[in-house]
Write a protein that binds this ligand. Structure first.
Ligand SMILES: [Zn+2]
Length: 149
């Protein structure tokens, strides 16, 4: 009986852990926060959210012309996972183009070997070597910087 009560207690108090999504490595975050279409009527639909890893997949495959195997190794994921991320990215971009929707970016499940910052003043993106203690923008010297990855 006591075991049964304890078992019920555990079922009610222990919630299933959220699935731990595997982190995807990106070399650098995108150099923009988003894109807006112009020359068209304003679209009231919500923006398309492009994840950093999706941007990275498009960059590696369509800009740097790597094959899926090479790109997946760089991102620390399987070729099949890379293919899924790449396909999702292409569909999102196609939706944004055809439906004249804005594109916003989001960190998603990505990480980088370096810590990336965004300057709030001049919008440059940069890393700071560990030996440098002062955190400010190397371009405009502003100290209003945001950690973005
Ligand atoms: Zn700056």
């Amino acid at each position: 009986m006591l075991l049964r009560i304890f078992s019920l207690y555990l079922q009610q108090t222990i919630k299933p852990m959220p699935r731990n999504k595997r982190q995807r490595k990106v070399i650098s975050p995108p150099r923009f926060k988003g894109f807006k279409p112009y020359g068209c009527s304003k679209n009231k639909q919500s923006p398309v959210e492009l994840l950093y890893e999706e941007y990275e997949a498009i960059k590696l495959a369509d800009y740097k012309l790597m094959n899926h195997q090479e790109a997946s190794i760089l991102m620390g994921i399987s070729r099949a996972t890379f293919a899924r991320i790449y396909e999702k990215a292409r569909r999102k971009i196609a939706h944004a183009l055809v439906e004249t929707r804005e594109i916003t970016t989001n960190t998603g499940n990505s990480y980088s070997d370096k810590t990336w910052f965004l300057c709030q003043l001049c919008h440059s993106r940069f890393t700071i070597p560990q030996k440098i203690k002062e955190h400010k923008c190397p371009l405009c010297q502003s100290n209003t910087i945001e950690n973005i990855l």
